[in-house]
Ligand binder design. Structure first.
Ligand code: ADP
Length: 349
């Protein structure tokens, strides 16, 4: 027996193609009646001449018939009253909040973009970005890494990638790691990783923009953007331009936590991009013999920092010589660390 609830549930899968929101959320389903195996639906349209009415009706019929046990579907249409129209407008306003802000680049086939930020260089931002990418890839997700650290690019080395990207039909094809992570970095284009890039701000932001728009990223679950260290204009430009969904802050116990906290919060507010987590790197050393944890720089402050920012603490990572060795050898994809798996789990969920 088909129920009214089952019909409503099915109707919530019919999307208004023009607005890209389902018709139940939009308040377009004014009534549903079920009599035995006969279903009738009344739809309220925005106007009499709604151009997509036939398509919506077809979709409604097919999802209801798809429930099984339905012999006929009758669909009546009417025009929305003022109240219904203003409720629909509210929905559209909500939707607009989730769309890229004016001036931001479109997302194409990329589902989520995370920017990895640190207050200063050397805290392990690039290593952490790479580890996140590896963790996500191990979970079967499609991942790309955009090395936006134009003047100090280190992602290709960490992945042991040195193929020069080529151009196909006007798009740059990114390099691919041995496990299939897509990578673009200034290092790959320079051919020689020792070549210094001495560029000023505007040129750097142009390069980052091109790394986003001119690269054929294809379909990705996550694009990770390894930002240059610091919280100044360079980082702001990237965050302003790219449709970033969230910022991950990487810190270390030696950092002046207060400074990065206030700057990161300021940035996040200005750009309306949430900080999705704080991760403390090089937090402690674990004795390989007895397992004792030694906090070289005192108590971990990452957790407190996350609380201050009102975001989740993703975890702390130890100083691990095998991590730096893996990064140096370009073998990050062979590195395993349980503490990090938990970090990725939290991020993805
Ligand atoms: P950033 O991107 O913040 O400048 P990197 O990721 O390049 O920092 O890391 C700086 C150096 O520290 C690299 O040599 C890297 O291998 C090493 N490193 C980073 N995190 C750790 C860690 N948890 N344990 C050991 N070495 C690390």
């Amino acid at each position: 027996m088909v129920t009214k609830e089952a019909v409503m549930d099915a109707l919530s899968k019919v999307v208004d193609p023009e607005i890209d929101i389902d018709i139940v959320t939009l308040g377009m389903v004014r009534g549903v009646a079920v009599e035995g195996d006969k279903v009738s639906v009344t739809l309220a349209l925005t106007s009499e001449s709604c151009p997509l009415v036939d398509r919506i009706k077809d979709d409604v019929e097919s999802v209801i018939k798809g429930l099984g046990g339905v012999s006929s579907v009758s669909i009546e249409t009417d025009v929305m009253n003022e109240e219904e129209k203003s409720a629909l407008l509210e929905k559209l306003k909500e939707k607009r909040k989730t769309l890229p802000m004016p001036g931001k680049l479109p997302k194409h086939g990329i589902k989520r973009i995370l920017a990895i930020l640190s207050g200063k260089g050397g805290v392990g931002k690039s290593s952490v970005t790479s580890l996140i990418a590896v963790g996500m890839q191990r979970r079967g997700l499609k991942v790309g890494v955009l090395d936006a650290d134009i003047t100090g690019p280190s992602i290709p080395k960490i992945f042991g990638v040195n193929e020069v990207p080529f151009v196909l039909e006007g798009k740059i094809i990114p390099a691919t790691s041995s496990k299939g992570i897509k990578i673009i970095s200034m290092n790959l284009l320079l051919g020689n990783e020792e070549t210094p890039v001495i560029w000023r701000g505007p040129l750097v932001s142009t390069a980052i923009k091109q790394f986003y728009t001119d690269v054929d990223w294809g379909e990705l679950d996550y694009l990770l953007v390894d930002l240059p260290p610091g919280t100044s204009d360079a980082q702001l430009t990237v965050l302003q331009l790219l449709p970033v969904d969230g910022i991950v802050v990487v810190t270390s116990p030696q950092e002046l936590a207060g400074v990065i906290v206030s700057k990161a919060v300021q940035m996040s507010k200005m750009l309306a991009v949430p900080i999705v987590g704080v991760l403390e790197n090089m937090s402690y050393v674990q004795c390989p013999k007895c397992g004792e944890i030694i906090r070289l720089f005192g108590d971990s402050r990452g957790k407190l920092m996350a609380e201050q920012i009102n975001t989740q603490f993703l975890g702390s990572l130890p100083i691990d010589p095998s991590l730096s060795a893996a990064c140096d050898k370009g073998k990050i994809e062979e590195y395993h660390n349980k503490a990090f798996e938990e970090v990725v789990e939290k991020l993805v969920s």
